[in-house]
Design a protein around this ligand. Structure first.
Ligand code: SAM
Length: 279
């Protein structure tokens, strides 16, 4: 019986299965198994956890997750050309790797996994932000997952961890930081990938808090924040004019000057403003 360590190098796997990278699928592969092991370790202790991996490709990170002791891994890959390489990994770890040939946007991981669940992925750039927003906005909180360890373009990673007053600060930062701790744990240059993308990347580690930092209705908060940042250069009394005729009074009640711009307002005051709209 083969073991993970006995599997062929990833360059060989790519060559033997004809896995030429497709831009339309955001395919930039990680072939250095030391690096994929490091990313798997950034997810914390995997023993006793089920892991959802989106876009395993030839399986470099998948191997890392299994080698780090994940109880089970569900690997969801849209490109059927990757399946034989992934099945070889599954054969080396009986009962621990389930490969699903599907679009990650169309599956419910709970049909396959049991909590505690960690999500770990080198995400395809084209659907990365959409998946993150879904994971950050489940119907109920805490979510089904304990942590997200995700590779993004550097610019997206910066937007997730941004603080008020910075150019990167906006909807994504507020959404992530309202109910989670989020930090960048690794930076990677384009040369870490095959083929190299045009931009640098970063791994963000996000852990779910048991409850939001400040109370607010998620739907109202999301609406207020989206509107505030839709016209981020405008003063808030103008950007939020459509929300209520007495918006200036509501801003003042939340501790916000009507002449402030969205990018200077912190999470606590956005939550206070959203609470003002709850009946
Ligand atoms: N995890 C591999 C690695 O690190 O080498 C591959 C990462 S590559 C950036 C993104 C992977 O996501 C590709 O294998 C691609 O085929 C897959 N993918 C793209 N869109 C997808 C989708 N909607 N659902 C599932 N997988 C997708």
């Amino acid at each position: 019986m083969s073991t993970i360590d006995g599997l062929p190098p990833l360059r060989e796997v790519i060559a033997s299965h004809g896995l030429s990278a497709r831009k339309s699928l955001g395919q930039n592969f990680l072939l250095d198994l030391n690096l994929t092991a490091k990313i798997a370790r950034a997810a914390g202790d995997l023993t006793g956890a089920d892991v959802l991996e989106i876009g395993p490709g030839p399986g470099g990170l998948t191997r890392g997750l299994l080698a780090e002791g994940a109880r089970r891994v569900l690997a969801v890959e849209k490109d059927s050309r990757c399946l034989p390489a992934l099945e070889a990994i599954a054969a080396a770890c009986p009962g621990r790797l389930e490969v699903l040939n599907a679009d990650a946007l169309a599956i419910d991981p709970l049909d396959h996994l049991t909590p505690p669940i960690k999500i770990v992925a080198n995400l395809p750039y084209n659907v990365g932000t959409e998946l993150l927003i879904r994971w950050l906005t489940p119907k109920t909180w805490p979510p089904v997952w304990d942590s997200l360890t995700l590779m993004f373009q550097r610019e997206v990673a910066d937007r997730i961890v941004a603080r008020p007053g910075s150019k990167a600060y906006g909807r994504l930062a507020l959404l992530a930081q309202w109910r989670c701790d989020a930090r960048i744990v690794m930076h990677l240059p384009p040369s870490a990938f095959t083929p190299p993308p045009k931009v640098s990347s970063a791994v963000v580690h996000i852990t779910a808090l048991p409850a939001p930092r400040f109370p607010a209705d998620p739907v109202i908060l999301e609406r207020v924040v989206a509107k505030a940042f839709n016209q981020r250069r405008k003063m808030l009394r103008a950007a939020l004019k459509g929300l209520a005729p007495d918006i200036e009074d509501r801003l003042i009640a939340a501790g916000i000057a009507p002449t402030d711009r969205a990018e200077t307002v912190d999470l606590e005051r956005f939550c206070a403003l959203a609470r003002g709209f709850e009946s």
